[in-house]
Design a protein around this ligand. Structure first.
Ligand code: NAD
Length: 336
């Protein structure tokens, strides 16, 4: 099989590509991968093998219809990760989010239609559902996104579903909870806090820290995407959860422990505008239909992630200090 992976130089897309090339997904031992990535501030060529016989890297924009129509022929499937992904940045300025997440997805799907790509997985987020005080969202829940990021992802989900319904495009949509793991950009909560603490700097905790997120290791997310790619039904949405519900305060306490720091390193900052209180997914459908179950216990995954950042300062120092000026001041990075 020949796959095109958009956003494959980002956090989650690169994990998917590295795992696939390492033989981690059944049936893909011989698959060839083309990564299409614009290499925005969030994309990093170093997240992928410098050279691999089954990997081709193309720097380009999913909004570029001509590029896509030239590139897609010969590909059997597309896994679509490319997006502007940081909530805080979307609060500062939403234009790029609408252009890439909505316009880029539509351009990509049009190109898939025009070139006859047989299978697409559109990677989305639980943030499209809004905030839930108790219980958990099923895939039928109404979309009530609260941030411009989440709204742009919700719009892209609806475009994807409409292309299935209108044109019969074979696209499935995944909605995952907060991811963590190695190679995540240090603007997001866990790597930001971890790298600040490793550098002896304070960490900015939003509000009272009681916001609840469900945390899933990136490896579990990517395995679920591989299952959806192989067996997901056209036009269907699959929640990917089953991680661990934690308050931001608890995450902060665990990161203090894992880095040997104390509570004096926590700096309370004004809450994010429109900050969702709680996210929780019901992932019964993907469990029952595709046999998905997360494998990495949160405490183990978190310790492994902190160890990875401790062991790879070269990677994050280049990323973090290269983008310091352009990052929002009080960045938390709930999820995406
Ligand atoms: P990321 O920001 O780390 O990576 C995004 C990648 O997309 C980068 O490599 C970037 O260069 C590329 N990109 C951006 N605009 C592009 C464009 N116009 N054309 C081509 N490439 C472009 O994001 P991530 O955390 O890896 O998230 C990947 C996907 O998963 C996103 O669609 C996101 O909404 C979704 N998601 C993320 C999380 C999370 O916790 N991080 C959770 C659920 C869903």
């Amino acid at each position: 099989m020949r796959l095109l992976v958009t956003g494959g130089a980002g956090f989650i897309g690169s994990h998917f590509v590295r795992t696939l090339l390492d033989g981690g997904y059944e049936g893909h031992e011989q698959s060839r991968v083309t990564v299409l990535d614009k290499l925005t501030y969030a994309g990093n060529r170093d997240n992928l093998p410098a050279s691999h016989p089954r990997l081709e890297f193309v720097r380009g924009d999913i909004c570029d219809a001509e590029l896509l129509r030239g590139l897609l022929p010969g590909h059997d499937a597309v896994v679509h990760f490319a997006a502007e992904s940081h909530v805080d940045r979307s609060v500062d300025s939403a234009a790029e989010f609408v252009a890439t997440n909505v316009g880029g997805t539509q351009t990509l799907l049009d190109a898939c239609l025009a070139t006859g790509v047989g299978r697409i997985v559109h990677v989305s987020t639980d943030e499209v559902y809004g905030s839930i005080a108790e219980g958990a969202w099923t895939e039928e829940w109404p979309l009530l996104p609260n941030s411009p990021y989440a709204a742009s992802k919700a719009a892209s989900d609806l475009i994807a579903r409409a292309y299935w319904r209108t044109h019969g495009l074979n696209v499935s949509i995944t909605r995952c909870s907060n991811n963590y793991g190695p190679y995540q950009h240090p603007e997001k909560l866990i790597p930001l806090f971890t790298t600040n603490l490793l550098e002896g700097r304070t960490v900015p905790l939003y509000g009272d820290g009681r916001n609840v997120r469900e945390w899933l290791h990136v490896d579990d997310h990517c395995r679920a995407i591989a299952l959806v790619l192989a067996g997901g039904r056209p036009g269907e949405i699959y929640n990917i959860g089953g991680g661990n519900e934690q308050t931001n305060r608890h995450i902060t306490e665990r990161l203090l422990e894992l880095t040997g720091a104390d509570a004096s390193m926590v700096r309370r900052v004004a809450d994010r505008k429109g900050h969702d209180l709680r996210y929780a997914l019901d992932e019964t459908k993907i469990r029952e239909e595709l046999g998905y179950a997360p494998r990495i216990p949160f405490e183990q995954g978190l310790a492994g992630t902190v160890a990875w950042y401790r062991d790879n300062p070269g990677w994050w120092k280049a990323v973090k200090h290269g983008t310091e000026e352009s990052r929002p001041q009080h960045t938390e990075g709930n999820a995406s």
